[in-house]
Write a protein that binds this ligand. Structure first.
Ligand code: ZN
Length: 280
């Protein structure tokens, strides 16, 4: 839970301002895990129940400067565009989800027919991460026309107008729900094939939508995916740097002081970009 007033923001790149590594460009890991519970010991630091986060429990990154524990800094590759590096956090969330999917699917992920619900940054980055893994059959359903257009120009996939057309029933081996609403869960549980895997990332609402009879009789795996580990972040950063996740031309940059307007525009659905990067 956040208490207000608070400085939000947990996806950021910058450079170190003090200490022995002054000047080093870095990306931040906003999750501060306890480091000595059973989950941390098994490498699942994203699930640590003692974890706190920059941008929730501590002041966030919508600022010129932020205090970050040194263990939560990841060096940025030489010459990398900081606006691209700032996508490390959502890219790591997408990569974490595709890893869970790969581990759970019965067949090879490359051969899976995949549906991504939602073309915001997590949806788009999930589709890009899947494409980077060699998945060829990817469809994205999105109800916002501007986001559909942006997604269409980003990769080689089928775009479904979610406002008009439901994805075909029982057609996909893997579905990534990057929305997480009653409606998106309903779509996922109907479009998933028998024995398929639904990865639930979005947190739009907590209001049902799951056909548990179909889930049971068709042995569908419904799995939550929550954030990322330090390894996912590191891998995401290097994939972004290498260009494995595309040219990232779908992001928009604005000045930090324009942040309040950016939120208003996002809230009103006036933004095509899946992500707005604020530059201090
Ligand atoms: Zn822990």
């Amino acid at each position: 839970e956040r208490s207000v007033p608070a400085i939000l923001g947990h996806e950021a790149a910058g450079h170190i301002l003090s200490g022995p590594q002054t000047g080093q460009p870095v990306v931040i890991n906003p999750l501060i895990a306890c480091g000595n519970c059973k989950l941390c010991d098994s490498g699942r630091t994203n699930l640590c129940q003692q974890r706190i986060a920059i941008g929730w429990h501590r002041p966030g990154t919508f600022a010129d400067q932020v205090i970050v524990p040194k263990d939560n800094l990841i060096p940025m590759p030489q010459g990398m565009n900081p606006a691209h590096a700032a996508l490390t956090e959502p890219a790591a969330t997408a990569i974490h989800a595709t890893r869970l999917a790969e581990r759970t699917l019965v067949g090879d992920i490359e051969n899976a027919a995949v549906l991504v619900i939602g073309a915001g940054s997590i949806g788009l980055l999930s589709a890009l991460a899947l494409q980077a893994q060699g998945v060829e059959q990817i469809a994205i359903t999105e109800s916002n026309a501007m986001r559909r257009a942006s997604a269409a120009s980003t990769g080689d996939w089928e775009i479904i107008d979610g406002a008009k057309t439901a994805p075909p029933p029982e057609a996909y081996d893997l579905i990534i729900d990057a929305v997480g609403s009653h409606t998106s869960r309903h779509i996922a549980l109907s479009a998933i094939s028998t024995g398929g895997v639904v990865i639930h990332i979005g947190l739009a609402d907590n209001d049902g939508g799951i056909d548990v009879h179909r889930l049971t009789r068709h042995e569908i795996t419904l799995m939550g995916a929550y954030t990322y580990t330090a390894q996912d972040l590191e891998d995401a950063l290097h994939q972004l740097h290498r260009g494995s996740l595309g040219d990232l031309s779908w992001i928009e940059t604005r000045q930090l002081r324009d942040g309040p307007n950016a939120f208003r525009d996002l809230d009103a659905g006036r933004i095509a970009a899946g992500k707005i990067i604020l530059i201090p």
